[in-house]
Each structure stands twice: as C-alpha cells, then as structure tokens.
Unconditional design. Sequence first.
Length: 367
Amino acid sequence: MTATLEVTELRKQFAIGRPAIDGVSFMVPAGEIVVLLGPSGCGKTTTLRCVAGLEHPTGGEISISGRVVSSPGRGILVPPRSRDLGMVFQSYAVWPHMTVRQNVVYPLKHRPIGRAEANRMVEEALALVGLSEYADRPVVALSGGQMQRVALARSIVYRPQLLLLDEPLSNLDAKLRLRLRDDLRVILKQTGMTALYVTHDQAEAVVLGDRIGVMRDGRLLQMDKPDTIYNRPADLFVANFTGATNELAGTLVACNGGYGVVDFGDGRQGEVALLHALGPDDKVRVALRPENIAIGRPDGANTFAAKVLDRRYQGTQTAYSIELFGKRLEAIELGTAARHQVGVEAPVSLPRECLWAYRDRGPLSHD
Ligand SMILES: Nc1ncnc2c1ncn2[C@@H]1O[C@H](COP(=O)(O)OP(=O)(O)OP(=O)(O)O)[C@@H](O)[C@H]1O
C-alpha cells in the first residue's frame, strides 16, 4: 500500500528566531516522488521531520492516506512508529557489527512476520538495491555507496507506505553520488512508494523528482514538474536557484496577455514573457538563461547588437561572456565548435518565451 501525503498550512516556530516553516501546503499523490529543494536553513528538513513525527508542528495539519497524523489545533500527534513510514538520512545509519542481511532483516524482527516471509522480503529488498551478492558481508567491508544502499534496503524492506529521504547522497563522493542518484529513482519507482526527498542540490532534484518544491525562508515558493520549474520559474529566486540566470533591468511599457514589452534603456525594447501579474510602468527584472541566448543568429523582433567579450571552450559547449545593453551576460552555445571570436560584434536573439519578467524588488539575496 502506498500513501498520499497532504501537508496543509504547516507552521513550525522554534523557541528562538523566525518561523522555520511558515504556512507550507502541498500534496503528494500515491506513488509520486516530491523533492523539497532549497538553500541551507530554508526549512526543508524541518518539514520532513514534521511529516515523520520527529518534530511537533506549531500549526497546520499533516495527513497520510487521509488519516490526520499531526494537527496541533485538534490535539493530534501520532508518534513516528505509528505513521508507517521509512526514513533514510545523510549518515548511513547502519549497524556496523552486523552483516548486510542482518541489517536489512532488523526492522522485520519487531513485526509479526514469519521467518520464510522475512527472508523473502530481505532478498527482494537486496535485489532492488543491487546488493544480493553482498548479503553475508559485514557492512563495514562495504563502500559508502553500498552502505547507503543497505540503509535504503532496510527502510524499504517492510514496504512502508511513505518513504522520507533527507540528503541521502550528500556523504558520498561525487562519482558515486551521480550513480546512486540515477539508481535511486529507478529503485523508488520499482517499489511504487510515495517519497518525500530533501536536498539542496538542484541536479539531484531534477533527476529524482516527479515534482520539485522550491523553498526559501520557511515558505514554499513553487511546486511543479522539473521542466516547469526550470522553464517557468515563479520568481527570480527560483530562477537563480535552479540554474544559471542573467538579469536585465527595465521598465514594462506594454502588456498583451502573457507577453509584454520592456524598455531596457536608451529606447531599446524587447518582448518578454509575463509569468505573473504586472502592469505598464512597473520596474522589472528580466531573467534569461545562458543557453537561451542565440549568438550570431538574428531572429525577429528580439534581435539586438552585442559584443563577444570572452569565450571558454568546454568540449560539448562553449561559454561566452557578451556585452548587451552595456551589461555583461553569460551565454552558452551547444556544439563541439567554438563559433564566435572574442572581440566581434554579433547580433543576438532572445526568444520572448525565454525572457521572464518579474517585479523588481531590489537586490537579490540568494540565501
Ligand atoms: N531545534 C531547533 N531549534 C531552533 N531552531 C532550529 C532548530 N532546528 C532548525 N532550526 C532552524 O529552523 C530553520 C530551518 O532549518 P532546517 O534544518 O529545516 O533547514 P534546511 O533547509 O533543512 O537546512 P539544511 O540543508 O542546512 O539542513 C533554520 O533557521 C534553523 O536554524
């Protein structure tokens, strides 16, 4: 059985400081992987710990498969062990004096499961994480990645309805992290489990999540599919946190449905996408990802004169610094040839759907 998770207006105020969570609401349908992504201190771990029952919320409600498990307003607080969930943490949290099999069978010992059935469940969990051949090895004779697989097998062996993962890959070296990241999604999808996964790593979130929730200062800014988060970020913070972003300042001079015209100064005007409500004369910041700048390919109204300042050849792509509207911007061109010389003037085109205008709220702070 796999669960739906519903978090409604969750609030957590510790004894000191501003609220760690400040009105967070989201829903995870059965079988979906949702990743909470955000910088250190944004409240993602506290959210996860509230779902686990390890932290007592100050307000709001948490339901697992329709059953309210936390509701301070109604005096409900179901203890962690009665929530039917599995947890995987940053630290490997395996029993060092036991073998792989002994570690994985451990959670079943406290459940009414016969030996033959327990063995079958252990074999299945080990097969899922790719450790069948290591069953009788002491866990101390494993690599970090393998130990984390043991921890994963141990938390899925009893098939909890909900799996909570808090930065499970962050103690692994870079290469292993990439491998396990890819494997983890396959494993989770094979189990069909609902999962809530916490990370500050944007690439991890994109690979693992069916949906990503971006958090900042205790608030959930946007929850959407990875490509929507990347291609239609709700605000400048989300745009910056989820990928490289250039910014141009300007004033909105006209609106037309989902698009508008921005004056970038000196009469230079361009069409932009309006991702939230804005009106004429609003000061805006326009975000633009480096890969959406097409150098040397004039294309329609949004074509402007630019100059190539610098280039860094990177094999499968070339990174350029260009000057546009008196500002230094970063551009990336895919392909194995570096096509533009430093110092040349070249037209650049900026597709209007890739220029995202947001209300100018002053200097950006990244965390
Ligand atoms: N036990 C506590 N007492 C007081 N404040 C706390 C406590 N635990 C967390 N906080 C504060 O709550 C806020 C959110 O912390 P949380 O650990 O949820 O952030 P996070 O996004 O998971 O960060 P990280 O990636 O660094 O773990 C932070 O400002 C933190 O200092």
